[in-house]
Design a protein around this ligand. Structure first.
Ligand SMILES: [Zn+2]
Length: 90
């Protein structure tokens, strides 16, 4: 399995520390990560997707609505390698 997420977080933390030496940088964590319980609890990113639509009420008026859907990725967004079934990049 690739370790892109960990590498990116470490690079961002180190870069931030260099730019702000006066501060004590504790950690840099990517957001939108989840544990894939069907793939040995591998940490993978996801992308929230907003779907906007019109819905007709019982009175016949139109309401604007939206739903947030989380899209899972099949490939690492950093190195482009496929996430294999057992949490390894091909
Ligand atoms: Zn990767």
């Amino acid at each position: 399995m690739c370790d892109c997420i960990e590498q990116i977080q470490n690079k961002i933390k180190n870069n931030f520390s260099k730019r702000h030496p006066e501060s004590n940088t504790k950690e840099a964590k990517l957001q939108n990560l989840y544990f894939d319980t069907e793939d040995h609890w591998v940490v993978k990113p996801y992308m929230p997707l907003k779907v906007e639509y019109e819905s007709k009420t019982k009175k016949g008026t139109i309401q604007n609505k939206h739903e947030i859907v989380n899209m899972q990725v099949r490939y690492c967004p950093f190195c482009g390698k496929s996430y294999k079934e057992k949490g390894e990049c091909k």
